[in-house]
Design a protein around this ligand. Structure first.
Ligand SMILES: [Ca+2]
Ligand SMILES: [Ca+2]
Ligand SMILES: [Ca+2]
Length: 285
């Protein structure tokens, strides 16, 4: 056994245990009324990651510890690009049936933009079916659907076929007219605004793609910027709005569970911004 390493681990675990206690203490007063024992536990467990303990988090992100800015981005890039399983485009269908399963209706998936629950088996390209939305539109960098960014489940979500085509490859920004079939979503000529409940999810998916793809493989360096009308450039905007959305809509249990399922069963890597939303502001100043 490597005792030096063991001693280091013990120190970081102790430090993290302290962090976890603080997180729970903050969470409890947010519960309305007098919490029962089980409600207290529920509050505590939603502060931590479902299925991802503080110790596991500490281990996965140990090379990012104490870093900020570009250094943090570089460390995270290496962490989330190591030991990754990539899928074929066909395998994405089955993956999405697991990652986006409706927790209250087995056999269904939740559609990203409309928020509706649809039969997992109603996938395909026909009207009224659900298909595979590339939240980082695949024309932005033209990376296609070979194993890589085009099949990376972290940014692929089930969406209604028609709503998917309305979003098209537009950048993200506020404003426009409400989207038919997806209440709370808005769009104009050059941008798309998702509903409030998934604004943060969209932001964290885009930033994951920015960090994961840095141009050191056969794919382009994907980078978020503050533009709309990025066209086929390997960029998506607008970063200033995505940062707002990430703050406004922090990770909930559905998003955290999705990250865990991808890590455990699909790709073996994580979206760091779901585990640590505070890193959005650390990297994108
Ligand atoms: Ca616009
Ligand atoms: Ca959300
Ligand atoms: Ca990048």
């Amino acid at each position: 056994m490597d005792f030096t390493r063991f001693a280091t681990r013990r120190r970081t675990l102790t430090a993290l245990a302290g962090t976890a206690v603080i997180a729970v203490a903050v969470q409890i007063p947010a519960t309305a009324g007098t919490p029962t024992v089980s409600e207290t536990r529920a509050g505590g467990s939603s502060a931590a990651q479902p299925g991802f303990s503080a110790a596991a988090d500490d281990e996965y992100y140990k090379d990012a510890e104490g870093k900020t800015g570009e250094e943090l981005k570089t460390a995270l890039h290496t962490i989330i690009s190591t030991g990754v399983t990539t899928l074929s485009y066909d395998e994405v269908w089955d993956a999405l049936k697991q990652t986006d399963a409706d927790p209250s209706n087995a056999g269904n998936v939740i559609l990203l933009y409309s928020g509706t629950s649809d039969s997992a088996d109603n996938n395909g390209g026909g009207e009224g079916q659900w298909n595979r939305e590339h939240v980082w539109a695949k024309s932005h960098g033209d990376f296609g659907t070979s194993n890589g960014p085009g099949t990376d489940v972290h940014h692929l979500r089930p969406t209604n076929v028609k709503v998917n085509s309305i979003r098209g490859s537009k950048d993200f920004d506020k404003g426009g007219e409400e989207v038919e079939g997806a209440p709370g979503n808005f769009t104009d000529d050059d941008s798309y605004e998702p509903r409030d409940e998934v604004k943060g999810d969209v932001a964290r998916m885009i930033l994951y793609m920015d960090v994961r793809y840095e141009g050191d493989d056969e794919f382009p360096d994907l980078e978020a910027n503050d533009d709309v009308n990025n066209g086929s450039k390997p960029n998506i905007g607008r970063i200033s709005v995505l940062k707002e959305w990430s703050e406004q809509d922090p990770p909930d249990d559905f998003e955290k569970n999705r990250n865990q399922v991808i890590f455990d069963k699909v790709q073996k890597n994580r979206n760091p911004f779901i585990d640590h939303p505070e890193w959005v502001g650390e990297i994108y100043k």
